[in-house]
Every structure is written in C-alpha cells, then in structure tokens.
Design a binder for this molecule. Structure first.
Ligand code: PEP
Length: 275
C-alpha cells in the first residue's frame, strides 16, 4: 500500500442540489456490502459538492464513510466579500477538504498562482485540508511546456504546504483531459507526478514523503487501476464519474483492490523477513 494512503475525491462542480445529494449517498451505500465505502487502512473517499449541498452531504456522507469538502474558499476569514465563503466557516460546518485553484477557477474566474497560494495558506490555518490543483492546457502541452507550467504552479504553493507536511494534497489535472474523455496515459501522468514529487523534495524530504499527489482528468472505473498503480499517483480527483454512485464506487473499488493487494504483499514480505 502507498504509505501516504490513497485519496479518491469527487468534484461535483455545479451539480447536485441537496435532494440529489441525498439520493447519491443512498445509491452509493447500495454499491458496497455493509453500506459503507471500504475502510481499508489508508484509503479515503471524499466528495466535494456545491456549498449549498454541503450539509446534506455531511449528514449522508458520514453514514457511508465518505469525507466531505468544498470547491473554493476566500482567503480572508470574514468581511465584506459578497458571495464568498471562508475557510473557518467551512471548517465549522464540518468540511474536511477544499479544492483550490481548479483550472475552471483559473480559466473562468481569473484565479492566479498568488491567489491560490493565499487560499492554501488560509485553508491550512483554519484546519481545512487543501487540494491544490495544477495542470497545463493543450497548447502548452503541444509546445512542450507541460513541466514548466506545472512547476510554476506547484512552486507557488510549496511554502504553505510545507507548514504542515501531508495535511494538504496536490492534484495534477491536465486541462485537456478534464471532462473530455481524453485521459493522460499512466506513464505521461507519472512523469509529471514524479517531477512534482521532486519539487516537494526540494522543499523538504518530509513534505515529499507525506504529500498525496492526485491525478485528475477523465478518470473512470476502467482506467483508474492503471493510473493508481503508478508510483507517484496517490489518488484521483474525479469530476464527471463522481456524479453517479456507480461510477464513483468503481473508482473506489479499484483503489481498494490495489490497497488490498499491496497490504497482502507487505504482509508476505514481513513474514519472509521474520524468517
Ligand atoms: C475535474 O473537474 O476535476 C475533473 C477531473 O473532471 P473529469 O473527471 O470529468 O475530467
């Protein structure tokens, strides 16, 4: 098993109001024996609904063993910021995670590396676990700028993430793979994840060891295993496939299978060592 643990996070974007949220979690419970996402050590499932559905998700998600998070925060704690929500408010409401700097926020709402870093800092200060999103556009990939762009975005959040190694995560989401059905090959994703791991290591070994790096971009039940079996892919940030309980449970099941196999291999190795 990956010693950092595996996180499967579902980004619902602007989908599923409170009633649909309740229906989703009932359908999710029906996917698993015992009505809960398997609680294999180190495997965590999380859903990030729209803010309006947060309470419904907290109530129903808890029964299924799923943590709940949000899709954005403001960097201030409170004040005259109409339409915004702060990290302490989300923490108080019971949220565990928050996605920050998703490409849709960067592209459609003008978020910058600096703004994302401020949000990561604010989230950590409030005890909310940030998932900082990075990723290149198709044009940037085609001109060979992938590593350069991702490095710039990761460097912006290294210092805040280093304040509490392992508390936050990074999601590598190539923009050309988001919602397009075009998934990065496991080898291409691994190349970028390894580069990100190296940047974390440059900050501190502890940060590199503890930080989960998720892959996002058209992850589905049938491609999750190949991606999650890569050395530096510690989970998935899932958009479209997380809207449907069957789709999300297939990805969680792939993660469970890998975790079970790895735990069995670790057990065998330990027994062999003991003689
Ligand atoms: C996302 O929006 O974070 C995402 C990865 O979407 P999808 O899985 O639909 O590509």
């Amino acid at each position: 098993m990956k010693h950092r643990g595996v996180l499967i996070a579902g980004n619902w974007k602007m989908n599923h109001g409170p009633a649909e949220t309740e229906r989703f979690f009932s359908a999710l419970a029906a996917q698993f024996p015992g009505g809960r996402v398997p609680s294999i050590e180190g495997l965590q499932a999380c859903i990030l609904p729209p803010a309006l559905s947060l309470q419904a998700a907290l109530i129903h998600g808890a029964q299924v063993g799923v943590q709940i998070g949000a899709q954005n925060v403001h960097w201030e704690k409170s004040g005259a910021f109409t339409g915004e929500i702060s990290s302490p408010m989300l923490k108080d409401a019971g949220a565990t995670w928050v996605i920050l700097g998703h490409s849709e926020r960067r592209q459609l709402f003008g978020e910058t590396d600096e703004g994302v870093a401020r949000k990561v800092t604010a989230a950590i200060a409030a005890g909310l676990r940030p998932i900082a999103c990075v990723g290149e556009t198709l044009e940037e990939r085609e001109v060979g700028m992938t590593l350069e762009v991702v490095e710039r975005q990761v460097r912006a959040v290294l210092a805040p993430l280093a304040k509490q190694p392992g508390f936050g995560a990074i999601a590598y989401e190539p923009i050309w793979a988001i919602g397009t059905g075009k998934v990065a090959s496991p080898a291409d994703a691994q190349e970028v994840h390894a580069m990100i791991r190296g940047l974390l290591e440059g900050q501190s070994e502890e940060l590199a060891e503890a930080t989960r790096i998720l892959y996002g971009g058209s992850v589905k039940g049938d491609n999750a295993e190949g991606l999650l079996s890569q050395d530096d892919i510690d989970g998935a940030l899932v958009g479209g496939a997380s809207l449907d309980a069957a789709g999300f449970s297939k990805i969680a099941a792939a993660a469970e299978k890998l975790a079970t196999m790895a735990a069995a291999a670790a057990g065998l190795a330990e027994r062999a060592e003991q003689g």
